[in-house]
Design a protein around this ligand. Structure first.
Ligand code: 5RP
Length: 225
């Protein structure tokens, strides 16, 4: 990490107040969830007894370093609380996620949690979703056709690359980032895009998030429920 964003740090740390001993906790992905995981690591060292499930290989590695006890998704029947970041949050707590490429595991874990707490800095709060390109995770087979089908929804799609190579998710898939500019009906678009054969999941999270914690540059936070 290069420089610390105080809003992200404050939001991530504040979310850990929702964790109690005995809970199963979902660990999100990204530079805001990072701070929640760091704080959970300290709390575990001080005696907090939880088990956690990670939304990405990166978060799993961070948790392992901090000696946070991890459980595999296969061993779980529920998750108590999931703490994760977002790329955009609208007034109805609909989200765009997947900027870090972990949207599929993030959605599986969020939708299996009793509570999803989203941690963001104030720059992520928007009136209408869509300025941030919506990530869609797609199967590599026939991705060119899937790309064209996504385009037919009126967006400008781009195959995600990292260091000039095609970006591959933890699940072995590709990401197509779809610039819509504005997404007035996120719930409808979420299901329509998932109906395209080849799309595994997209980064619209509607009716999943129950609490948003916004962090500000002065280190203060606001909770929206
Ligand atoms: C990863 C995500 C992240 O939560 C999202 O990109 C926000 O990241 P950050 O907290 O670094 O701004 O969805 O897939």
């Amino acid at each position: 990490m290069t420089s610390i964003n105080p809003g992200k740090k404050a939001a991530g740390e504040r979310a850990t107040e929702y964790i109690q001993s005995g809970m199963i906790v979902g660990l999100g992905t990204g530079s805001t969830a990072f701070w929640a995981i760091e704080k959970i690591g300290k709390m575990v060292m001080e005696g907090l007894q939880i088990t956690a499930v990670a939304t990405s290989v990166t978060s799993e590695e961070q948790a392992e370093k901090l000696h946070i006890p991890l459980i595999s998704f296969a061993e779980l029947d529920h998750i108590d609380v999931d703490i994760d970041g977002a790329d955009e949050v609208d007034e109805n707590m609909n989200l765009i996620k997947g900027g870090g490429g972990a949207l599929l595991r993030e959605k599986i874990i969020a939708s299996s949690s009793k509570e999803m707490i989203v941690v963001v800095d104030e720059s992520k709060m928007v009136e209408t979703l869509g300025k941030f390109p919506l990530p869609a995770e797609v199967i590599p087979f026939g991705w060119e056709m899937t790309f064209r089908k996504l385009q037919s929804f009126g967006c400008t799609p781009v195959l995600r690359k990292k260091n000039q190579e095609v970006f591959v998710t933890d699940n072995g898939n590709y990401i197509i980032d779809c610039s819509f500019g504005s997404i007035p009906s996120p719930g409808d678009l979420q299901s329509q895009l998932n109906n395209i054969p080849g799309v595994v999941e997209n980064g619209l999270f509607t009716n999943i998030c129950s609490t948003v914690i916004v962090g500000y540059a002065d280190g203060s936070t606001k909770v929206i429920s």
